[in-house]
Design a protein around this ligand. Structure first.
Ligand SMILES: NC(=O)c1ccc[n+]([C@@H]2O[C@H](COP(=O)([O-])OP(=O)(O)OC[C@H]3O[C@@H](n4cnc5c(N)ncnc54)[C@H](OP(=O)(O)O)[C@@H]3O)[C@@H](O)[C@H]2O)c1
Length: 282
């Protein structure tokens, strides 16, 4: 009988938070990664988006799957559409991690994947998270260490979402059929500009952190100088356009609809991650 949940990206930001939540709910989990190592007590399985020959073993015994694309890939449709097809062919329910705002235009690659899933006939839930709060202790950590977060966000605000709230939303969507066929926008409880976020981090961490608004060219140059591929740097710069336009300031009730709990604030995120953020008051 198929009653396992396949979690793609199980070693990643969302996956590491999601796997223990599913295990705590008594679910059987197959934790997918390129190495196939076990994650947090869940059975490990080899899965590689770029190697479709790994899909069959990963989907074996599975009735639900958390599908996401790891950071660093720009070929969204080429990598995700075959996974959606493989899931739908087995009538596996897909909870898809998409991106806030992609429903603005059907030509956006992530929206194309959403549409393919909607048309596939397999049960599904779409989750569209806003910018992760957790980017501050990953992508923007080097800037925090130097006291300056430099981004092409101008004065745009974002309702940053804590990865733990994405994971809790995913666990709810995977654990019940109540939300099937729907899409949910996952945001934090407040919209903050990067200057406000930097001030908050400075206060919580007990050290100076400022925000420096830069243009796309300076941002891409900084990223490529740090070893990021040119096309991914350009992609990252492009996704600050919605921030500058104010589109990422939206507040959604959907985390609470899914989980029964309000989403965590950026302050809660910062306090809980102070060691990872390099705080001096920890
Ligand atoms: N960061 C944000 O602000 C934000 C906002 C909205 C949406 N998103 C979306 O969220 C996604 C990233 O989520 P995340 O941060 O949880 O993921 P992640 O941590 O970047 O990646 C998850 C895991 O995927 C695995 N992986 C990498 N390449 C793989 C491959 N070829 N085949 C199979 N597994 C592979 C890696 O583990 P192994 O090395 O062990 O295989 C990695 O730990 C992106 O698609 C992004 O568009 C991000």
């Amino acid at each position: 009988m198929s009653n396992k949940i396949l979690v793609l990206g199980a070693n990643g930001n969302v996956g590491q938070a999601l796997v223990p939540l599913l295990l705590a709910r008594g679910e059987q989990v197959k934790a997918a990664s390129r190495s196939g190592k076990a994650v947090a007590g869940a059975e490990g399985v080899v899965f590689d988006y770029t190697r479709p020959e790994t899909f069959a073993a990963a989907f074996d015994g599975v009735d639900r799957a958390y599908v996401m694309l790891p950071t660093g890939y720009v070929n969204v449709c080429a990598l995700l559409l075959p996974v959606i097809e493989a899931a739908a062919a087995r009538r596996v329910k897909v909870v898809l991690q998409s991106v806030l705002g992609v429903d603005a235009d059907d030509a956006i690659p992530y929206r194309k994947v959403e549409i393919a899933l909607e048309k596939s006939g397999t049960p599904h839930v779409i989750l569209r998270p806003n910018w992760f709060a957790d980017n501050f202790h990953t992508f923007w950590k080097a800037g925090i260490d130097h006291g300056s977060i430099a981004l092409p966000a101008a004065g745009g605000k974002s309702s940053f979402i804590d990865v733990r709230d994405i994971a809790a939303s995913a666990a709810a969507a995977l654990g019940s059929a109540r939300f099937d066929g729907r899409a949910f926008n996952l945001t934090g409880p407040e919209a903050l500009g990067y200057a406000e976020a930097a001030a908050l981090l400075s206060r919580v961490l007990g050290k100076p952190v400022e925000y420096q608004a830069i243009d796309d060219a300076a941002f891409i140059a900084a990223l490529t100088g740090a070893g990021v591929a040119q096309d991914y740097g350009a992609f990252l710069a492009s996704i600050f356009h919605p921030v500058r336009e104010g589109w990422t300031a939206v507040l959604s009730p959907d985390v609470e609809t899914l989980t029964g709990e309000p989403p965590r604030s950026l302050e809660t995120y910062a306090c809980d991650h102070a060691p990872a953020l390099g705080g001096s008051q920890v």
